[in-house]
Each structure stands twice: as structure tokens, then as C-alpha cells.
Ligand binder design. Structure first.
Ligand SMILES: [Zn+2]
Length: 76
């Protein structure tokens, strides 16, 4: 018998079960659709955060090289 993990509580449950016995998550088509949308939103949200953190990293890299540059200029 095949098992799948509940997307809500990660418990392994039978594929034939429609509602998770632990948390009550329903695998019915409508709910799966809502869940997929939620995942998609989360993915987009994470992408947005990644973009922001890359910008911050680039900013600090810029500051860092600026400081190194100034230090080199001052000591030469
Ligand atoms: Zn569950």
C-alpha cells in the first residue's frame, strides 16, 4: 500500500485516506488546489526575500571594497 506524507503535519498516511487522521487535512481536489496556490504564494514570497538579501549582500560587498580601496589609497 502506497504512503504519502500529509502536507500539513508531515505524517505518513495511506494514499486511500482522504482526510489526515492526525490534523484533519483534506486531500480532496478543492483543498489540494488551495494548497498548491498557498505553496505557489510561499515560493514567490521566498523568491522576493532572496532577491532582497542578494541586494543587501551586494551592498555590503560594495561597502567592503570601498573601505579596502580607501585604506589602500590612504596607505600608498
Ligand atoms: Zn496531517
Amino acid at each position: 500500500m502506497a504512503l504519502r506524507s500529509c502536507p500539513e503535519c508531515r505524517k505518513k498516511i495511506s494514499e486511500t485516506v482522504i482526510i489526515c487522521p492526525r490534523c484533519g487535512f483534506s486531500f480532496q481536489e478543492a483543498n489540494l488546489e488551495i494548497y498548491r496556490q498557498k505553496l505557489e504564494q510561499q515560493r514567490l514570497h521566498n523568491q522576493e526575500i532572496n532577491r532582497k538579501s542578494i541586494k543587501i549582500h551586494l551592498f555590503w560587498l560594495f561597502i567592503f571594497s570601498l573601505v579596502i580601496g580607501i585604506a589602500g589609497w590612504l596607505t600608498s
